[in-house]
Design a protein around this ligand. Sequence first.
Ligand SMILES: Cc1cc2nc3c(=O)[nH]c(=O)nc-3n(C[C@H](O)[C@H](O)[C@H](O)COP(=O)(O)OP(=O)(O)OC[C@H]3O[C@@H](n4cnc5c(N)ncnc54)[C@H](O)[C@@H]3O)c2cc1C
Length: 458
Amino acid sequence: MYDVVVVGGGTAGVAAAYTAAKSGLKTLLIEKKIHLGGAITSGLVLPVMNAGKSEINRDFYDDLVKKMSEFGAQIDFQGNNGWFNPEVLKIVLDEMLSAAGVEIRFLTSVTKVEVGFDNNIKSLELRSELLLENINKIYSHNNSDMLRGADPKQLLECIKQIDGYNNSEEGNCLLECVETRYVIDATGNCDVGKICGCNFIENETQPVTLRFIMSGVDMKKFAEYLRSVDSDKEVSPIEKIDGCIHLSTAYTWDKNSTWALRPIFEKAIAAGDLTLEDSNYFQVFTVAGCDGALAFNCPRILKDLDISDSKAVSEALIEARGSIMRLANFCKKYFTGFEKAYISNIADDLGVRVSRRIEGRYLYTERDLKEGKRFENPVLEANYPIDVHSSEQDGSELKKVGYYQLPIESLMSADINNLFVAGRCLSADFKAQAALRVQQSCFSMGEAVAKYIRNLIS
Ligand SMILES: Cc1cc2nc3c(=O)[nH]c(=O)nc-3n(C[C@H](O)[C@H](O)[C@H](O)COP(=O)(O)OP(=O)(O)OC[C@H]3O[C@@H](n4cnc5c(N)ncnc54)[C@H](O)[C@@H]3O)c2cc1C
């Protein structure tokens, strides 16, 4: 029996599991991939956007920044200390969560949820993807020392699966049932809520992005080039930190904005080096501890995408990778400093800004956010703007707002008593979610939910 099972070891999930285990709760973390970090590591989403300096539920984030700095994988750029190296983050999260006492289960997801008549989750059925090699090992050692002392129920399940292995696609998995007092759904898409049959808020979508990194950029030359074409320090800040040049720059196809890089993009489109769609959004950031690496917050795919439609997602991935190739060649041809640059990483997950959101005990609205409404149990205090990416030219918005709070009730399922959510699948309307989805806020949500559960238990 666990006190809490956190499903999804991404941005909000790691903060939730870390906080829960550190406060003494028996905590299991279920992650379907082979590493933690979610959008940050799988999606190469960096840096953490500055969402203000509030002190509410920032312990995990502060510990993370400290540990990343010890690993030489973090910098403070223009007053934002959330510039990370995403590969090292995987190692740091393993260490932090293991040291806190979290039991981590990779390659695992939830297949079934048992909900009692009292509307409480009793248990979760887990499916663990195992390597064929491991299954063969168990199979060939059947009745051997390796299986002595194993739970007979689990063993039976295990053997059933192995026997079916040759004939069934489902064969390379083991099923296991775990009991828990509380569940935190931090899957981004609210997968546990979906299995439980919860109600959702599903309305407008934002374009998805497949991010990538180019390495081998001569940053000194690129910085000089940027200075010569764009003197606007708001758009193209450049700073020397620990002997390395760090910078960022951006361009969008929106006509209502003035961008110094516009003539360069227009020239590339006219020459057939880029399509108009390739140029819809372009943003780059240097990466902490990776001299010569630039992380791209593009290409943004303009279709309205149902992320549960595997055919549509597959087409989007293929389209995005084609666009990545064109963008990389464009940089090499048009920007000084890219002569020896190459694509070094492509995200292994599409970056999804918004999808299924839980119907919670409180639906947080754009109005609450704009009015800075105060709550009895605030989860976070932030000032990140309403940031809506649109598929239409001139349709995007980035609206500055003052400080706002989010109540814990927006992270509680309205349907299931012991189900909480954390991260971008919170109970918020479209515009409010467009501000709250950033990483700093997701970390706070995870931490706050874990603290709330600890108080319920103690
Ligand atoms: C393109 C893009 C750019 C962005 N740019 C920025 C930025 O620059 N700065 C910023 O602060 N924010 C940015 N954001 C927002 C932010 O990164 C995300 O909203 C936030 O990280 C989401 O956190 P999460 O915990 O909800 O989900 P995630 O971090 O995606 O975590 C979900 C985790 O659950 C796992 N999972 C999913 N389903 C299951 C399942 N069924 N079983 C087990 N595990 C499962 C996933 O593998 C993943 O690890 C951006 C988002 C996108 C998409």
